[in-house]
Design a protein around this ligand. Structure first.
Ligand SMILES: NC(=O)c1ccc[n+]([C@@H]2O[C@H](COP(=O)([O-])OP(=O)(O)OC[C@H]3O[C@@H](n4cnc5c(N)ncnc54)[C@H](O)[C@@H]3O)[C@@H](O)[C@H]2O)c1
Length: 355
């Protein structure tokens, strides 16, 4: 019997890097960030309905490779992501990622996507969704410390979602700052390159730290941070990898994604296990307070949680509807008779005539 063509379920929509870039331009970058933030907020608002676990991390001397799974009972998602701060010196990305969305009822995957770009977008959208609630009212200026791959996404999300109009850049590598300045030149943001972190935070109501270094770094010392700011700490996201002096944490109201993961990976790994934190989803649903005074320092100790990737994949799936920004990947072996997997293979043998 000749081999039958693959069934429809065998084909999984696959979003390549090329198609992701086309899709983002099709939607408009700032609009895409706003839409993503809405999906993320929607899922934060139904936080208790998700199956949650700290991500599974495989550490090495060079970096970390992580798997980030979650499910809402209907869909299941996971992301593969790495973090290798030494990579840029070798011409490679610090962070790369891809991910899958699957149907819980059958276990069949329904979407496979690049997620290096999508991670940069979802991280920025999450930061801005949080800053919109926690930053001091009328925040217009952000200091952006660490001007690598994530930087421009962070700046644009804060513009599109929080309404900042100025960004002050600093990186230990001036080439990174020049790159970010160039990329942000025509976005409508006023962009200032600064010679130190201290200079960058002058006049900023939001301070984003987004550096990559595999050590306990002190990007912000305690005396640099005054009252009434919001700190968006992105780069401290691994055991032994932090950015803030613990004195800042002691003076701040700290907001986190998922405490069991953040206590291992976030800035608060430097603090005692019972250091008080607020889960941000509770601020959204009104069971916890956000900013309560102009003088307060609010701190989003972001490490990146699986639900944000799930939301991003869910959003992407909706973006794809009616478009051609994907390929159909023959990924799942799906024989007509489900128990005849071997027969399917056998029927695919090249015939002797053809050989
Ligand atoms: N929280 C999250 O959800 C999340 C998501 C993605 C990435 N990250 C983290 O964000 C960080 C940045 O990621 P990226 O992809 O932009 O990395 P990147 O390597 O492209 O950029 C990092 C930049 O930090 C700069 N830097 C290093 N030490 C510095 C210092 N002491 N002062 C100022 N600048 C310094 C480097 O020169 C580089 O330009 C990484 O640590 C990554 O793990 C977090």
């Amino acid at each position: 019997m000749p081999a039958s063509p693959p069934s429809d379920l065998a084909f999984v929509p696959f979003v390549s890097v090329q198609n992701m870039m086309r899709l983002i331009h099709h939607r408009g970058i700032e609009n895409a960030l706003r839409e993503l933030a809405e999906y993320i907020e929607e899922d934060f608002r139904r936080w208790p309905s998700f199956n949650k676990t700290p991500r599974v991390a495989s550490h090495s001397a060079d970096g970390v490779i992580e798997l980030m799974p979650t499910s809402d009972g209907e869909s299941y998602g996971f992301k593969y992501v790495n973090g290798h701060p030494k990579n840029t010196a070798e011409g490679l990305q610090t962070v790369t990622a891809f991910g899958v969305l699957a149907e819980v009822s059958s276990g069949y995957p329904v979407l496979l996507s690049e997620m290096t770009l999508l991670t940069a977008l979802r991280t920025a959208a999450t930061s801005a969704m949080v800053a919109r609630r926690l930053a001091p009212g009328g925040a217009r200026c952000m200091a952006m410390i660490g001007n690598g791959a994530q930087a421009e996404f962070q700046a644009l999300a804060m513009k599109a979602i929080v309404g900042i109009d100025e960004v002050r850049l600093y990186d230990i590598d001036p080439a990174a700052t020049r790159k970010a300045q160039r990329n942000l030149a025509s976005t409508g943001l006023t962009v200032t390159a600064c010679a130190s972190a201290q200079e960058a935070i002058l006049g900023a109501q939001i301070i984003t730290t987004c550096t990559a270094d595999k050590q306990y770094a002190t990007i912000l010392t305690d005396n640099m941070v005054g009252a009434g700011v919001h700190i968006n700490a992105i780069g401290g996201d691994c055991p032994g990898k932090t950015e803030l002096h613990p004195g800042i944490l002691a003076r701040s109201e700290v907001f986190v994604e998922y405490p069991p993961q953040t206590r291992i990976e976030g800035e608060i790994q430097q603090m005692p296990e019972d250091f008080p934190v607020t889960e941000f989803w509770e601020v959204l649903v009104g069971t916890a307070k956000g900013r309560t005074s102009d003088q307060q320092i609010t701190l989003f100790d972001s490490v990146g949680f699986a639900i944000e990737d799930f939301s991003a994949l869910r959003c992407l799936r909706d973006w794809l509807k009616g478009t051609s920004y994907f390929e159909r990947l023959d990924m799942i072996a799906d024989p007509d008779d489900p128990r005849d997997l071997f027969g399917m293979l056998q029927r695919a043998a090249p015939s002797e005539d053809a050989a």
